[in-house]
Write a protein that binds this ligand. Structure first.
Ligand SMILES: *Cc1c(COP(=O)(O)O)cnc(C)c1O
Length: 217
């Protein structure tokens, strides 16, 4: 197994043990944005099956060949999605972590109605109320969740990217509280720098790039 993969898995297992959680409840998404097929292949060979990309076009360029070679791979979109790419995203991804506005909910609903594909949807919350970041404002979350449910999207969870350079735990705890309040099961939170904290606070999906692949160029 790749050494980095073993290290990340061990960190998840350690945090799960402290929180008395079953590590099998936690999905490790290897975020492979900017990485080449040659960089990704060793991780697949080491047993990693779930990957994340942040651009539809880049994923369309890289993944069809990798998936033809290994049918068991699952691909998650972790970056912002334009409504006009909803159909392309549904065709390619098994989960979408960036559902954050009514127009996108409608576009995904329409695209799913015309497709036999139903990727898991995570509603991204702008948990630190940062103007430059994607995600629905906390005040608008109830209405957006209602719209997601009315549109029949498979609602898998909430997702967040907390503010950089500050302690992330309060933001993870807040996302978990919002998920509880709204009856949402999944929590997509935790990146290379804060995986263990996220797992201790209930993450069901962690999105890890740098710790698996090294620093991005
Ligand atoms: C790039 C990215 C990650 C992975 O970040 P690392 O710090 O490299 O682990 C996770 N989530 C999102 C939304 C990303 O864009």
């Amino acid at each position: 197994m790749s050494e980095q993969l073993a290290i990340v898995r061990a960190a998840i297992a350690r945090a799960a043990a402290i929180a008395r959680r079953d590590p099998a409840e936690i999905t490790l998404i290897a975020v492979s944005k900017t990485r080449t097929v040659d960089e990704i292949a060793p991780l697949i060979a080491a047993g990693q099956r779930v990957f994340g990309e942040n651009r539809v076009q880049e994923a369309e360029d890289k993944w069809p060949a990798l998936r033809d070679a290994d049918r068991g791979l699952s691909l998650h979109l972790v970056g912002q999605l334009q409504s006009n790419k909803a159909a392309a995203a549904i065709a390619l991804f098994d989960a979408i972590h960036s559902v954050d506005r009514p127009s996108l909910v409608d576009a995904l609903g329409n695209a799913m109605a015309r497709s036999d594909r139903r990727p898991d949807c995570f509603v991204q919350v702008n948990i630190g109320a940062e103007p430059q970041k994607g995600g629905v404002a906390i005040a608008e979350l109830p209405a957006l969740l209602e719209r997601v449910r009315a549109a029949g999207l498979p609602l898998a969870g909430l997702m967040c990217v907390p503010p950089a350079e500050v302690e992330p735990a309060p933001y993870f705890a807040l996302l978990a509280k919002l998920a509880r309040e709204h009856g949402v099961a999944g929590l997509s939170m935790g990146m290379s720098g804060d995986v263990e904290t996220a797992v201790m606070l209930g993450a069901t999906h962690v999105r890890v790039g740098t710790a698996l692949f090294g620093a991005r160029r």
